[in-house]
Design a protein around this ligand. Structure first.
Ligand code: BT5
Length: 284
């Protein structure tokens, strides 16, 4: 990361109301963020937190369930936003959905401004962003609870493939980037501002209202499989046993669960992050 980029990122702190930690190379921004939280807890600091960890490259980028996330230098946005939202503990996991809609809005705003009309970004519940059926972004949210104060911290890790030219990921033929799908280079800093700006706006409403009701309509308009048949699957045998084959995805509710309809018309709320939702054909 150049000195100019670092200065620019740090200069946005006041405007965006966040503290920014910029790295050239780290193991994982989520790991740095969790270390930061552990320090806060040790120091018994229970203030409001708004901290962002950004790296040009990650050597041990992580996905869900111990999977790895490829994070080469000079190509993407690899960042973790740390917050301690004042909402009830069972709502904290909504932050992943809030991040997804914030990223989608930032991409849409950027593409409208630059007249890039070939990137119709969609959300694949709960943590992917998709363009043309390909995954261009993944989100990994991790919760840290301070048992002494009961405070819940959320590390929202966001990986966006911005200008990546090619991918070589074993067992994954669905990865792509904004560059590959649009055919033009994107300005990483500008997109990053947009994501943080939208995230903060959403977080404000979330904390004021205590639920994500305010974004359900927009989220569902952007949901890739809405009103289409999906297959639920899981590596967890206990969950698998209870899963039926096919459902129609109807959209999220205010708890962040995905509502799916079975053959009899009954709705089921899918909450676990261990379940993947796929369309009938391929990844999305
Ligand atoms: C995710 O996991 O999609 C969450 C990814 C979160 C990454 C961010 S980057 C900043 C922060 N710091 C971290 O260490 N992590 C977060 P999951 O749904 O489990 O998807 C992981 C799977 O996606 C892998 O098993 C690969 O198949 C595939 N994959 C790996 N790298 C990819 C990439 N750059 N783009 C698209 N797919 C990728």
């Amino acid at each position: 990361m150049t000195e100019a980029t670092r200065n620019k990122l740090e200069s946005m702190e006041e405007f965006l109301g966040v503290h920014v930690n910029v790295y050239d190379t780290v193991d994982s921004t989520n790991t740095r963020a969790k270390e930061y939280i552990r320090n806060l807890i040790e120091k018994k600091n229970a203030d409001k937190v708004s901290e962002v960890f950004i790296a040009d490259q990650q050597t041990e980028g992580r996905g869900r369930l111990g999977r790895s996330w490829q994070s080469p230098p000079g190509t993407g946005i690899w960042m973790s936003i740390v917050t301690n939202p004042s909402v009830s503990p069972d709502r904290v996991s909504c932050v992943t959905l809030l991040a997804a809609i914030s990223i989608a809005r930032a991409i849409k705003f950027y593409s409208l401004k630059r007249s890039i009309f070939n990137v119709d970004v969609k959300i694949k519940w709960p943590n992917d962003l998709i363009i043309n059926g390909k995954k261009i972004c993944g989100i990994l949210s991790e919760l840290v609870n301070d048992p002494a104060t009961g405070m819940n911290y959320v590390v929202c890790g966001i990986g966006i493939n911005v200008n990546t030219k090619s991918f070589d990921i074993e067992g994954c033929d669905y990865a792509s980037s904004l560059y590959r799908e649009s055919g033009v280079q994107w300005d990483r800093e500008e997109l990053l501002y947009g994501v943080i700006y939208n995230f903060n706006l959403c977080m404000k409403s979330f904390e004021q209202e205590g639920t994500i009701e305010f974004l359900i309509e927009d989220y569902n308009d952007n949901l890739i499989n809405r009103n289409q048949e999906v297959i639920l699957s899981s590596d967890n045998p206990e969950i698998q046993a209870g899963l039926e084959d096919r459902y129609i995805a109807r959209g999220i509710d205010k708890t962040g669960a995905l509502l799916v309809e079975d053959k009899t018309g009954e709705l089921h709320a899918i909450t676990t992050g261990e379940v993947s939702v796929r369309g009938l054909y391929g990844y999305t």
